[in-house]
Design a protein around this ligand. Sequence first.
Ligand code: ADP
Ligand code: AMP
Length: 215
Amino acid sequence: MAHFIILLGPPGAGKGTQAERIIKKLGIVHISSGNLFRENLEKETDLGRLAKSYMDKGELVPDNVTIAMVRERLTKLDCQTGALLDGFPRTPAQAKALDKILAEKNESILCVPYIKVPEDLSVERLSGRWTCREAGHVYHEKYNPPKEKGICDIDGSPLYQRDDDKRRTVEQRIKVYSQQTAPLIDYYDKNGLLRTIDGTKEIDEITESILKEIT
Ligand code: ADP
Ligand code: AMP
């Protein structure tokens, strides 16, 4: 059976950081809806332009557009053994759509590690985040610095600070998370898939906790 796992948690919880580590252990692909939107933005597609208008405000891209994009990504051959979803689903409608997409493939969600962090930590982590231009690898200027300042350890591409990591947008993103995404905690708890992980710990310790829940 394939492994479909969802990483849930507020912006800055460490979903992308953990995803990079976990996919190496499990040999599945990392699907980040935020990265998919940013790739479209980079290529200047219509989808990229549409997504940008929401991302810049810290709002969610509409469900129909987001679901269609992820549905398409999940049809790719590299998802046959599963996928680690990061940043999707973010609304109850997206969660229901994902259940349906997986059911059509005769698959289901294995579990949902929920990386729990308080709001002040989310803000601190996002304000020090540096992201790689090439593939979205993430660093933190204090907690997880690259070997060479401004350069990605993995692919040597330049690091930049995301526009939506600015203070005012971060506050809006956290508000949107509380209103639209936090209800998913209950959704996945009710169907027995939720695994709450203490996200205040160090990166390696969190990876261990998540892997323990999965394997
Ligand atoms: P998300 O994908 O949930 O938005 P990221 O993985 O991009 O979050 O992490 C946000 C920032 O916090 C990054 O700068 C990352 O290096 C840093 N970070 C992630 N996990 C931890 C941790 N456990 N302790 C300290 N900093 C962390
Ligand atoms: P992220 O990279 O996960 O922090 O996402 C960055 C931004 O992309 C979000 O603030 C949203 O504007 C948009 N986005 C990413 N994933 C989704 C999603 N599942 N649904 C709607 N919008 C999303």
